[in-house]
Design a protein around this ligand. Structure first.
Ligand SMILES: [Mg+2]
Length: 288
C-alpha cells in the first residue's frame, strides 16, 4: 500500500479505509468492461490539473486534453467536467469536443451537443447573493489582494494574494457580512483552497449527479465513476455511495472522505484515465 494508505477515514460515522485505486484495477476494469454505458464525472482543479497561485494561470496540459479526446471518442462513455468555475471559463480551459460541462457545481450544464440547462435559484436567494457582492465590493475595495468574483449564481471571495497578517481578519469580516445578510441560513458557505464560496444551499454536486442519473439513465447496466479532490465533491461521493465508483484525489494531505477509493494527484488521475481509455470495449451508445 502506498504512503498514507494506512490512514482511516470516517464514513457514515464509522471508521473505514478507502482503497488505493491502483490496487483495485482488475475489479474496476471488469466493471467497466461489463457496463453498457459509462458516465465519468471529473472535477477540474486539483483533479485534472494541479493548483496554481492564481486560478487564472491554470492551463489544461496537452496530455490531459489528449486523453479526454480519446475517452470522448468511445461510444459508451459520457464525460462530465464538474467544477465550481463558470461555464465560459471552463469551456475555454478544457476545449475538448464531446465533453459535457457542469459549471458552478452543476448549476449550469452544457451537454456535448451544445444544449444547456440552468437551475435558477429562487429570486430571494439571488437577491441575497447580489447583496453580498455589492456590500463586499464596498467593504474590501481598499484591501489589497482580495478578489470578489461575481459568478452570477454564486459569489467567491478569493484571498490567496492577501498579506498573511491580515488574512484571518478579512476572512472573518467576509463571513460576518454573509451572516448578517443571510439571516435565514439559505446559503451554503464553502471553504476551498484560499477561497470562500457562497451559493444557494439547495444545490450541490451530489444533486447534479442525481439529476443526470434521474433524467438520462434508462439503461440498467450503467457504470458511474466520480473523481474529485474538493470538499464540494463529497456531496457527490455521498450520493454515489453503493451506486458507483468514487475516487478521492488526496493531493498534499488526507482528510475525511466518503469516497471508496483514493489516488495521489492529477498525474495519477491522468494515468488512470489513460488506462481506461485503452482497456474498455464498446457496447452501447452514450447520452448526448
Ligand atoms: Mg477540485
Amino acid at each position: 500500500m502506498p504512503n498514507g494508505g494506512s490512514r482511516t477515514f470516517s464514513k457514515n460515522g464509522k471508521k473505514f479505509m478507502p482503497k488505493y485505486l491502483f490496487d483495485e484495477l482488475n475489479s474496476i476494469n471488469k466493471l467497466i468492461e461489463e457496463s453498457n454505458c459509462l458516465l465519468l464525472f471529473l472535477d477540474y482543479d486539483g483533479t485534472m490539473v494541479y493548483f496554481k497561485e492564481k486560478p487564472r494561470d491554470v492551463k489544461t496540459p496537452k496530455q490531459v486534453k489528449q486523453v479526454l479526446t480519446q475517452l470522448c471518442k468511445k461510444q459508451k462513455f459520457s464525460i462530465f467536467i464538474v467544477t465550481g468555475r463558470g461555464i465560459k471559463e471552463i469551456k475555454n480551459l478544457v476545449d475538448v469536443k464531446g465533453i459535457c460541462y457542469a459549471a458552478l457545481h452543476g448549476l449550469i450544464v452544457e451537454f456535448s451537443d451544445g444544449t444547456r440547462k440552468h437551475w435558477n435559484p429562487s429570486k430571494s436567494d439571488q437577491k441575497l447573493i447580489e447583496s453580498i457582492i455589492k456590500n463586499a465590493q464596498i467593504i474590501f475595495k481598499k484591501e489589497s489582494g482580495v478578489l470578489i468574483e461575481d459568478k452570477d449564481y454564486t459569489v467567491a471571495f478569493h484571498y490567496r494574494m492577501v498579506p498573511k497578517d491580515v488574512k484571518d481578519k478579512l476572512i472573518e469580516s467576509f463571513l460576518d457580512l454573509v451572516r448578517k445578510i443571510d439571516t435565514l441560513d439559505r446559503l451554503d458557505v464553502l471553504r476551498g483552497a484560499e477561497v470562500i464560496e457562497v451559493r444557494p444551499s439547495n444545490w450541490n454536486k451530489g444533486k447534479f449527479v442525481e439529476f443526470i442519473v434521474d433524467e438520462f439513465i434508462l439503461n440498467e447496466n450503467v457504470l458511474l465513476i466520480y473523481i474529485g479532490d474538493d470538499t464540494t465533491d463529497e456531496d457527490a461521493f455521498s450520493y454515489l455511495n453503493n451506486k458507483g465508483i468514487t475516487v478521492f484525489v488526496k493531493n498534499n494531505e488526507f482528510r475525511d472522505t466518503k469516497a471508496e477509493y483514493w489516488v495521489d494527484n492529477p498525474k495519477k488521475v491522468l494515468e488512470f484515465l489513460k488506462l481506461i481509455s485503452k482497456d474498455t470495449s464498446e457496447k452501447n451508445t452514450s447520452i448526448n
